[in-house]
Design a protein. Structure first.
Length: 344
């Protein structure tokens, strides 16, 4: 019989106590019969036989006839038989651990809100990430974000945040508005990401420079770094509740969002191919990117076009509207309504 301290460990993997005891005996006694195991496990023969049948059914043992209606049993390899059960239980425990962490963060947030504390201090990337995802998950109307260019994302990357929560928010009908620095669009991978998000329905405004990273949910809570210069090594963030400070942060976001230039989504029509309407849409994209200050090379990279193709299209548009400079082209495009779809 197993040691008393270990007598029920395998029950954590879903085995009944008698199945646990019988399997342990079978590991040491291959080709055993139910009657033999019953005497050593203090179980009745019929109960041990049932336990053996269950072990066979679950792949933990095998049975073979030994003549005269006698059946002998042999334990399967513990690594092969119990390994999947162990991994399944580990996965379940990880999910439980994640749930406990989420519940703890929700409890902390609710307690802070109920106490009337206007500001919470969150320390460490893990705590800040949990609160960031929780805030967005609890959104009912809108999520607003300001994103300066930053080389290192110690809490969460733009792509990871989109995959973790933003895609779900858009399916729920939550409005997403963002303000990003123009330098984001000088990076081909980030330019493509921003264009894809705009195509999915996010409203993105582009400015030259932003003072701070910021996220505001439903105008009732905001999250921002306390010391941005320490984000890479020891991130600390402030969670701001419905106070005058939150109103000021909301006004800061709105001022930058309205001041910026709207990023237009990529427009393609797979059903009609390369039509005149599609060509106009491409020209509209080129002008919108010119309007936010991108160079010809950056526009070409973002739209997957040749540098000279972009230059030829811009030259043609300048001739069409009688613009002597590209600045005039951008101004006339805005005045003539070419960029009106950016706010839709």
């Amino acid at each position: 019989m197993p040691d008393a301290a270990e007598a029920s460990l395998l029950t954590f993997l879903g085995l009944e106590p008698l199945e646990d005891a019988v399997y342990r005996l079978l590991v040491d006694r291959p080709d055993s019969e139910p009657a033999t195991l019953a005497g050593e496990s203090t179980g009745r023969v019929e109960d041990v036989a049932h336990a053996l049948d269950v072990l066979v059914e679950r792949g933990l043992a095998s049975a073979r006839p030994a003549g005269d209606a006698v059946i002998q049993y042999r334990a399967a390899s513990p690594v092969l038989a119990l390994g999947p059960l162990l991994e399944s239980r580990r996965a379940s425990l990880r999910r439980v651990e994640s749930l406990v962490t989420t519940l703890a963060e929700r409890h902390r947030s609710a307690q802070a809100h109920a106490s009337g504390a206007p500001v919470e201090v969150l320390s460490g990337a893990a705590a800040i990430r949990r609160r960031l995802l929780l805030m967005q998950d609890q959104a009912t109307i809108e999520v607003c974000t300001m994103m300066p260019v930053h080389e290192v994302h110690s809490v969460i990357t733009v792509e990871d945040n989109h995959d973790a929560i933003e895609d779900v928010l858009m399916r729920r009908g939550i409005a997403l508005r963002s303000v990003i620095e123009r330098d984001w669009l000088e990076r081909p991978e980030m330019a493509a990401t921003a264009a894809a998000y705009a195509a999915q329905g996010q409203r993105i405004s582009v400015v030259d420079e932003l003072p701070i990273k910021l996220i505001i949910v439903d105008r009732r809570m905001a999250l921002l770094p306390l010391a941005p210069e320490r984000d890479d090594v020891d991130p600390v963030a402030l969670a701001v509740h419905g106070t005058g400070l939150l109103t000021a942060l909301s006004s800061l976001f709105e001022a930058h969002f309205e001041r910026g230039w709207r990023l237009l989504p990529s427009v393609t029509d797979p059903t009609t191919g390369r039509t005149d309407a599609q060509l106009e849409a491409v020209d509209r994209q080129i002008v919108s990117l010119l309007y936010v200050g991108l160079t010809d090379a950056a526009i070409a990279r973002q739209l997957g076009m040749g540098h000279r193709t972009v230059q030829r299209r811009l030259q043609s548009l300048m001739v069409e509207v009688g613009a002597a400079t590209r600045f005039q082209l951008g101004w006339r495009a805005a005045r003539s309504g070419w960029l009106d779809g950016a706010d839709a």
